[in-house]
Structures are given as structure tokens and as C-alpha cells.
Design a protein around this ligand. Structure first.
Ligand SMILES: Nc1ncnc2c1ncn2[C@@H]1O[C@H](COP(=O)(O)OP(=O)(O)OP(=O)(O)O)[C@@H](O)[C@H]1O
Ligand SMILES: [Mg+2]
Ligand SMILES: [Zn+2]
Length: 510
């Protein structure tokens, strides 16, 4: 007999429908084959489905079983077809009526004892099921919350193969999991860190506020232990809260990467990803044998933090160009190319010199000018061109660290950031960009006109510091953001002079 059952395969962050056809005939020698371009994992599925069925007491048919996964040209990976294949076999044997399978989409890996284990990309499958107008999605219990965030499709999280059979054949237990999207967004949007925990560092905090307000990439420069990581980690907490659409997109990526915690419905805080400097280009941008999103995509709508920037390999930093330019990344594979979203703020950190202590009053720097020059040169070039703000993060004196003074809370800073961002949304409503950090030359020309005295000030600074034309553009962009934080229409000289402060590397401060 032939049974057809619906499942899905995830390519990039989109799920595509896969028809699982199971045909069983009594003629010929017992045989269990699979067609439809299955990869190794799908073949292994055969070796899980057989014992799983046996161990729940099902008489595994000693007949000719053919499983076809269609369409054949869609690449299928992963173990998520175990459940639909097992249910297909049961239906093809006539144990359950094929009609019961109608309108459902099935996904789940099986363990040998018949339990259902979580899969990647359940949220994308729920979006697919909704788009197809299906009745429901039957999936592993751990994945149910993320899928249930999608309204308009019924989600049933089940623990085992017998539970699925029971579900399909009886009227009991057909209660879909309901998760209120707005509530999930709110409940999951609390950060563990807060800016009030950072003592002193008023200059660095202000610079991070400016960078958050305009979406400007940042480089922090300071000696070991001065708090660069601590400060950077708190940048997401002052960015505008995630919208539901943003949270859904970021959650999809983490779900596809298999990084969503079991039972977590939504990732509603902006991600902070800090890959080590030994990371490979594939791990950074994504791809691989079984393609997965890379760190740039896991940081989507959040912050990518590159600590010890000069230590990253050049070819690794090179691949950041596309996502920084386009907010997405395309990974080429033998079969097809996959595009993942990758829109993030880049925050990076470095020491002022190889030993770390140049300019630190408490330590002696032991580096030669040649060593310092070589170290700095490693971060020059195209990447540095995309970083608008450089800030110094000096070590905070012990006296200051031991006070119990607590600084402004992230929430207070975020309110100012949000109103500056709102001005930008209004300004750019016809420009297809949404913050000052994204301005190109034509936008800068249009929106960053300087008052006479601001102009003179900038020209003088350019001359005195020998700034490049690129630095000039960066300063204009950042000045625009500083003016926006003050709700000022025009860019004034004090906005410009603050922006010049944020070009540490150009100013040759160290
Ligand atoms: N301004 C500060 N307020 C409160 N604690 C601080 C501050 N600066 C540093 N610390 C403490 O020092 C620790 C080290 O800071 P952090 O790791 O951020 O330094 P870093 O500049 O990133 O150092 P490295 O160059 O070694 O990576 C922090 O975890 C925190 O406990
Ligand atoms: Mg650090
Ligand atoms: Zn040094």
C-alpha cells in the first residue's frame, strides 16, 4: 500500500515542503530503500526508524519498502524525516488510516526507543505550514514553543512515536500549544547586564550611546582589563528593543543553527556574539558540508564583537565585507547558494600596542615603534573603513572601581537612543536606509550640511590632524547622530568637535 505524508526541509532559513511517500509490497525479498537524493543523515534514518518501530512493539514488515522524498531536486539533510518515515510505514501497513495524516506536517528525529528528539528549523517549518494553510504541525515537544509563536497554525509537541499514533487515531489530547506573541516578546526581552554596572568610563559610555543612536560600528582601544569587553557586551542593552518581526528573524536563524534553548519560544534580546580570533571564515560567515548560519548571521539584529581585532586572520576579516555592506551573506555550495540575513553592529576591541600598555600610567610599554606600527597596520584597510567610531578605554583607577556609585541605567540611555533613531527613521523614510551609520556619500551630502562655524572647525581639524577624506565623511555622519541625540536640526560646531574625538586612530593619540 502507498502512504503519503508531508514533511519539510530547511534550506538557508526557509523551510520547503517535502512529500514523503512510503510504498510497501509483499512481493520479492525484504528490502528497505530510500530515493530522492537523501544525504547520509537520511540514509541513517533507516537505521533508526527500523529499531524505533520494533521497540514500540510494531511488527516491522519483512516486505519491500520504498521511501521516496520528493521533490528529488531539493537537497534534504538532517534527521528530521525519521518521524514522517516511521508514520508513513505504519500508515502504509494499514495500521492507521491515511486520511488521518491529511493536513498535518510532521517533523522529528527518532531515538531507537521511539522517543522524538528536537530538530533544527522548527520555526521556519511553522511559517511554511501557516503559509500552506495546513491544519497543524506535529513535532518534537522541545520545538513546540518556537513553532507556537506563529499564529494561525496549530502546533502539537509530542514526545514519542506511540504518542503520535494515539494523537492521530483518537480524539483525545488534540490541544494545540498556544503562545501569545506579544507576551513572549516581552517576557524574553530582559537583559542580564546593565550599563549601571560599569563604573566611571563616562567618555566610553557616551561614545557607545552615540554609536547605538546612529548604528555606527565601533572600535575600542585600551589596555588589558580596562573594561572593553564589559562595555561592549552592554551595547545591545541600549539599542532599541526588538520588534516582533526582528525577534522572529533572529530566532529563525538560531533555530536553524540548532542553538535555540529547548522550550525557548522567542529570542527577543539582541544577540551578542563574540567569536574567538582563531575562528575560520566558514564559521564566521556560514556554510560547510551541512550548511549552517555563521556568527555574522547569529549576530543578526544584534552585535558582533571581535575582541583582539589585530589577531584575526586577514582572510577572515575580508569576508565581513559583504555582510557589512548588504546586511546579508551568500554562501556558495556545490548544489546551490544560500543567503542568510546578517545585519549587525560591529564592535571590536584592541590593545594600543602588542604588550597592551602603551599610554597606561600604571605600566611600562615594552614595544618598539616598529612593533606598534606593524600591530596597527593589521587593522587598516577595508574593515577599518567601515568603523565610524574609535574610542579609548583607559584603565579605571582602583579608587573609582571600589566606590558603590552606580551609573545611569541602560533603560534611561536607551530612551535617548530611541528618540534619536526615530528622527532618523523620519529623515530616511524615502531613502531605503534607517540610520545615520548607513548613509552613503549622497545621503551625507544631503543631510549633513554644516553651519559656517562648524565647517571652519572641521576644516581646521582636517588640516591640523591630516585627516583623510574618508575620516571626513565618518565625522560628518557621527556629527549628525550627535545632533540627533540633542534633537537639533542643524549640525553645530560642538557636535563636530565631539565627533572628532571619536577618531582616535586618525588623531595619532597614542
Ligand atoms: N569600569 C568598570 N566598572 C566595573 N568593573 C570593571 C570596570 N572595568 C573593568 N571592570 C572589571 O574588570 C573585568 C575585566 O574587564 P574586561 O574583561 O571588560 O576588560 P578588557 O578590557 O576586555 O580586557 P582584555 O583586554 O583583557 O580583554 C570586568 O569583568 C569587570 O569585573
Ligand atoms: Mg576583553
Ligand atoms: Zn606596548
Amino acid at each position: 500500500m502507498l502512504a503519503k505524508i508531508r514533511s519539510a526541509s530547511v534550506v538557508g532559513i526557509d523551510a520547503h515542503v517535502v512529500e514523503v511517500e512510503v510504498d510497501i509490497t509483499a512481493r520479492g525479498l525484504p528490502h528497505f530503500s530510500m530515493v530522492g537524493l537523501p544525504d547520509l543523515a537520511v540514509k541513517e534514518s533507516r537505521d533508526r526508524v527500523r529499531p524505533a518501530l520494533k521497540n514500540i512493539g510494531f511488527n516491522f514488515p519483512l516486505k519491500q519498502i520504498t521511501v521516496n522524498l520528493a521533490p528529488a531536486d531539493l537537497k534534504k539533510e538532517g534527521s528530521a524525516f525519521d518521524l514522517p518515515i516511521a508514520i508513513g510505514i505504519i500508515a502504509a501497513e494499514g495500521v492507521i488510516d491515511s486520511g488521518f495524516l491529511d493536513g498535518y506536517l510532521f517533523t522529528g528525529e527518532l531515538s531507537l526507543d521511539g522517543r522524538i528528539k528536537p530538530v533544527r528549523g522548527a520555526l521556519s517549518m511553522a511559517i511554511l505550514a501557516k503559509g500552506m494553510g495546513l491544519k497543524g504541525l506535529i513535532l518534537p515537544k522541545e520545538n513546540a514553543p518556537e513553532a507556537a509563536v506563529v499564529s494561525g497554525v496549530d502546533v502539537f509537541g509530542l514526545e514519542s512515536l506511540p504518542a503520535v499514533i494515539e494523537f492521530l487515531t483518537s480524539d483525545n489530547g488534540k490541544v494545540a500549544l498556544k503562545i501569545e506573541a506579544a507576551q513572549a516578546l516581552e517576557e524574553n526581552s530582559v537583559y542580564e547586564e546593565d550599563f549601571s554596572e560599569v563604573k566611571g568610563q563616562e567618555h566610553a559610555k557616551r561614545a557607545l550611546e552615540v554609536s547605538a543612536a546612529g548604528g555606527h560600528n565601533v572600535l575600542t582601544i585600551g589596555p588589558p582589563g580596562s573594561g572593553k569587553t564589559m562595555l561592549s557586551k552592554r551595547l545591545p542593552t541600549i539599542l532599541p528593543g526588538m520588534t516582533f518581526e526582528e525577534a522572529l528573524e533572529t530566532t529563525r536563524i538560531h533555530s536553524v543553527a540548532g542553538l535555540l534553548k529547548d522550550g525557548q519560544p522567542l529570542l527577543a534580546i539582541r544577540p551578542f556574539r563574540s567569536p574567538h580570533h582563531t575562528i575560520s571564515d566558514v564559521a564566521l560567515i556560514g556554510g560547510g558540508q551541512v550548511p549552517k548560519p555563521g556568527e555574522v548571521s547569529l549576530a543578526h539584529h544584534g552585535v558582533l564583537f571581535l575582541d583582539e581585532l589585530p589577531e584575526f586572520k586577514r582572510n577572515v576579516l575580508e569576508v565581513l565585507r559583504q555582510p557589512l555592506e548588504n546586511g546579508e551573506v551568500t554562501v556558495s555550495r556545490a548544489v546551490a547558494s544560500i543567503t542568510y540575513p546578517a545585519s549587525f553592529m560591529l564592535v571590536s576591541a584592541m590593545n594600543p600596542c602588542p604588550c597592551g600598555y602603551l599610554g597606561d600610567p600604571r605600566h611600562q610599554c615594552t614595544c618598539s615603534p616598529g612593533q606598534i606600527h606593524r600591530y596597527r597596520r593589521r587593522v587598516s584597510g577595508p574593515l577599518l573603513d567601515r568603523i565610524d567610531i574609535h574610542i579609548e578605554v583607559p584603565a579605571v583607577p582602583h579608587k573609582e572601581l571600589s566606590t558603590d556609585f552606580s551609573g545611569e541605567r541602560s533603560e534611561t540611555i536607551r530612551d535617548r537612543v530611541v528618540s534619536a533613531r526615530n528622527r532618523q527613521l523620519e529623515r530616511f523614510r524615502n531613502d531605503k536606509i534607517y540610520c545615520n551609520g548607513q548613509m552613503k556619500a549622497r545621503h551625507i551630502k544631503k543631510y549633513c550640511k554644516l553651519k559656517e562655524d562648524a565647517h571652519t572647525l572641521l576644516d581646521n581639524a582636517m588640516h591640523r590632524l591630516g585627516l583623510s577624506a574618508r575620516a571626513y565623511m565618518r565625522i560628518l555622519k557621527v556629527s549628525r547622530t550627535i545632533a540627533d541625540l540633542e534633537s537639533a536640526e542643524d549640525i553645530q560646531s560642538h557636535h563636530v568637535s565631539e565627533a572628532i574625538q571619536y577618531r582616535t586612530l586618525d588623531r595619532g593619540v597614542f
